[in-house]
Design a protein around this ligand. Structure first.
Ligand code: TXA
Ligand code: MG
Length: 317
């Protein structure tokens, strides 16, 4: 999809415009203190799917949810004592906490890649804070660069990579920190998942004990490989052009008949991506037979959909 990308000043008119674009489901790049993020309403699955489409990302990595303050974060995630200590010490700031997702959070499954956890942070940048307050909801945002390129620290960098692919960029000048947030998983024991803009030593000082380091199987560099990644209970068969006895069909496109669910009747890959995790979960809840999946074109978001389905169909360990 091509569009004219608006360049917005961070004054009240620009912030209002950015918030209105987010509310209607468009993607808007905005500055945080670490790097520029490509934001979308974290409750709208089509808006979040459009982030992956704009970045040309071949996989659905879980995204970080940005909120204005701790109260907004607590409506989405469950904080234990360690998570509270870290939020008190470092928010707003370049720290992302991966925490259990709260029931009824409203966050769409494409943000968490179907996991039961959510990465969440309160950014410190003044423009990010103003945008989150004007918008009044959670904003999912990866770094605002095409997949495989370096993270942008100015609005010009964002436009070099994404002009014509996103609705707007809010220009707040150069990002202060310049590298992404530090990511800490807070479950039984706080764990360093990604080094970043907040030194691990400062985090250990605030906790009063050392961080655990990520085992390779838990590395957020390869979130799709996480054993905890949601996989349906039912076996999955890909590229199915017909169903075999006992199978239920997860369809795609206008020509499919007798599908239990259809990812997109019109064959729209953005719509299919938006529906993917919710439909897999629904088919799991509603029956136990194997799931056959119609062929999905392997371009655009279809690559990410096929990547995810291939993992879900792989033999279980
Ligand atoms: O500074 C930053 O963190 C920037 C700004 C825009 O906030 N954002 C950023 O997002 O770097 P991104 O998408 O490039 O990196 C997000 C990382 C990924 O490595 C992802 O695996 C991890 O966060 N992540 C998010 N949610 C997770 C979860 N539930 N479990 C494990 N890892 C998660
Ligand atoms: Mg990135």
């Amino acid at each position: 999809m091509t569009t004219v990308t608006e360049r917005l000043e961070p004054d009240s008119a620009g912030l209002d415009r950015a918030a209105a674009l987010l509310a209607r489901g468009d993607c808007v790049a905005f500055p945080t203190e670490t790097v520029y993020g490509l934001g979308a309403d974290a409750r709208q699955s089509r808006a979040v799917a459009a982030i992956f489409a704009a970045k040309g990302r071949p996989q659905f990595n879980p995204l970080i949810v940005h909120v204005a303050d701790l109260a907004a974060a607590e409506a989405i995630a469950i904080f234990d004592a360690d998570a509270h200590a870290l939020a008190d010490a470092f928010w707003p700031g370049p720290l992302t906490l991966v925490l259990p997702l709260r029931d009824g959070s409203g966050i769409t499954e494409l943000v968490t890649a179907g996991l039961r956890t959510v990465g969440i942070r309160v950014p410190a940048g003044e423009v990010a804070q103003s945008l989150l307050r004007s918008f009044g909801g959670p904003v999912a945002a990866p770094s605002a660069n095409p997949s495989g390129k370096v993270s942008p620290t100015t609005a010009d960098h964002v436009l070099e990579g994404l002009e014509g692919r996103i609705a707007a960029v809010l220009d707040g000048g150069p990002a202060d920190v310049g590298i992404e947030s530090t990511i800490i998983g807070c479950f039984d024991h706080p764990r360093l998942l990604r080094p970043g803009g907040l030194p691990a030593e400062a985090i250990e000082t605030a906790l009063g004990r050392p961080l655990a380091h990520a085992p390779t199987s838990d590395s957020p560099n390869a979130p799709g490989q996480l054993p905890s990644h949601y996989a349906p209970d039912a076996p999955i068969r890909l590229n199915a052009t017909e169903t075999r006895p006992g199978e239920r069909l997860l369809g795609f496109g206008p020509d499919v008949r007798d599908a239990a669910l259809n990812l997109s009747h019109s064959g729209d890959l953005v719509e299919a991506a938006a529906n993917l995790f919710a439909y897999l979960r629904k088919m799991d809840a509603e029956g136990s037979g194997p799931i056959a999946v119609s062929p999905i074109p392997d371009h655009g978001l279809g690559r990410a959909i096929n990547d995810r389905l291939t993992r879900a169909a792989a033999p279980r360990g």
